[in-house]
Write a protein that binds this ligand. Structure first.
Ligand code: ADP
Length: 484
């Protein structure tokens, strides 16, 4: 910023591509700070993430910067910080015993996860001190880094170093509140918010504490920002969130368009663009072969990619596929998560071996080949704060068939509604409603002219980060010198 001092922003997240990615948060943290750093009036934005054991350290040029102790009960935990530059952005990776012990980024043990992410959150703040780099803005994501937001308002409230640090908390997934992490917060000296406006049950849970303490809150689509205020989507926090409505805003996620580009993607069989869409068929044939389905360019190939948990509604899709089993189609399913849901996908594949292939694992390269080779992407989410899968699918000309909720509704235009349509939407989270949408899509599919037009419109959508990055910068600027 010319003439003015640059705004300093510490962006903290539990995961970020290209270091480590479990879901959409990894994509967002791996692209949003970079997009902000490239704006004309860019702030001095730096990112901190944990040094998870899953990060391949040999892939990055990690330089040790500092180490210090974080207080926990009657002992201390050593934090060791490394630094690297990615596309001009400074990234700090904070390691220590809590991460050395954990193999996965997230586990079902919220107390252990709470412990490691509270350690990380507090270490990220302490790091700023160690660097004598006073942030104007702390930008935290989800429950994992909410303890940092809460610390600013409690244990660090009177710390002159953070006197001018305001906070923004981005909610990528509201129902993951961090339930059960309370004792970990306490162990690191963060007291429950007794007598606060939070519901009684939420007074020692990380995300509610973050929502209570943050100067501003945003979520990742306008649709979800409204839905969060309702009992269906509010995860019990809807009444509290209504009290914070004036500080809340929805900003839709963008996509890292260079990382998701079918014309350059090296993981796929044949590169293509909207001008060379005929090349795409090679990807379909290659995919059918790779996942063990009969090679046939004409048969519609449906796909599902995603975390196998309740949110993603894969059982809805499984039921819908059964309802349309008499129609010609194939389906490929890629996902991992809840073993009971994985088993349902495997059962479907066993029932329809010629039609369905289920791949139960995390496989980034296969995901790319599925985006590039499938005809339709099934996205039956029960709720979806933003969703990236539909955006990636559209860029790769796989037409989304999705539940009309949150960010999915905001980013897909239904075929019925206009000649601007980019996909097929259904309202109810039920197999019957989804089967109806799939039947509609399957009817249009043989009409090559209309189908190609649908694909091309999807490919041309502007999912770049630019507009959204500017909105984040506006929030940062609005938070300067706020009365905290
Ligand atoms: P969420 O963040 O809720 O998981 P999103 O739609 O925002 O959902 O993002 C999911 C991201 O994770 C996409 O980039 C998708 O391709 C990727 N992904 C999910 N499951 C898998 C998997 N099993 N293998 C490879 N990539 C996956």
């Amino acid at each position: 910023m010319t003439g003015k001092e640059q705004i300093k922003v510490i962006f903290i997240a539990s995961e970020a591509a290209p270091f480590i990615k479990v879901g959409g948060l990894g994509d967002v943290a791996g692209s949003l700070p970079f997009a902000i750093a490239q704006l004309p009036e860019a702030p001095d934005i730096r990112m901190a993430i944990p040094l998870h054991t899953g990060i391949d350290q040999s892939e990055f040029d990690l330089k040790p910067v500092t180490s210090f102790k974080v207080k926990r009960k009657n002992r201390t935990v050593l934090a060791e910080v490394f630094q690297t530059e990615v596309d001009g952005l400074t990234v700090y990776l904070i390691g220590g015993a809590p991460f050395a012990k954990a193999e996965l980024v997230y586990t079902s043990d919220t107390l252990a996860d709470g412990d490691k992410f509270t350690f990380f959150s507090l270490a990220a703040l302490e790091l700023c001190k160690q660097l004598d780099w006073q942030p104007d803005i702390l930008h935290a994501q989800d429950w994992h880094t909410s303890p940092a937001v809460y610390a600013l308002k409690t244990t660090l409230k009177d710390d002159p170093f953070f006197a001018n640090t305001a906070s923004l908390l981005t909610v990528h997934n509201l129902p993951y509140l961090g339930n059960g992490a309370g004792p970990a917060l306490k162990a690191y000296g963060l007291p429950p918010a007794a007598n606060s406006s939070l519901p009684d049950w939420a007074q020692d849970i990380p995300l509610p504490l973050g929502l209570l303490a943050a100067n501003k809150i945003n979520t990742v689509s306008s649709g979800y920002a409204n839905e969060m205020l309702t009992p269906e989507f509010g995860a019990g926090m809807e009444d509290f969130l209504k009290t914070r409505k004036k500080d809340m805003i929805g900003i839709v996620n963008g996509l890292d368009e260079s990382a998701w580009d079918p014309s350059t993607d090296s993981a796929i069989a044949a590169n293509f663009s909207s001008d060379t869409l005929q090349e795409r068929q090679k990807n379909k044939l290659a995919l059918q072969q790779e996942v063990g389905l009969g090679q046939d360019p004409e048969i519609p190939l449906l796909a599902f990619i995603g975390r196998m948990d309740y949110q993603k509604g894969i059982e809805i899709a499984i039921g819908a596929l059964r309802l349309i089993a008499n129609l010609p189609w194939q389906a490929v399913i890629l996902g991992t998560g809840d073993p009971a849901i994985e088993a349902q996908a495997e059962k479907l594949a066993a029932e329809f071996p010629d039609k369905v292939s289920a791949v139960i694992r995390y496989d980034g390269a296969l995901a790319r080949r599925i985006y590039a080779g499938s005809d339709m992407m099934m996205i039956p989410s029960r709720y979806e704060p933003c969703g990236l899968i539909q955006m990636i699918a559209m860029r790769y000309a796989s037409v989304p068939a999705a539940r009309a909720t949150g960010g999915l509704r905001d980013t897909i235009t239904d075929f019925n509604k206009s000649d601007q349509s980019t996909g097929f939407l259904f309202q109810k989270a039920s197999s019957t409603a989804m089967a109806r949408a799939l039947r509609r899509a399957l009817k249009v599919f043989p009409d090559k002219r209309r189908w190609t037009a649908l694909q091309k419109r999807g490919m041309k959508q502007d999912f770049s980060w630019k507009n959204s990055a500017v909105k984040y910068l506006d929030i940062y600027a609005s938070l300067l010198n706020t009365n905290k």
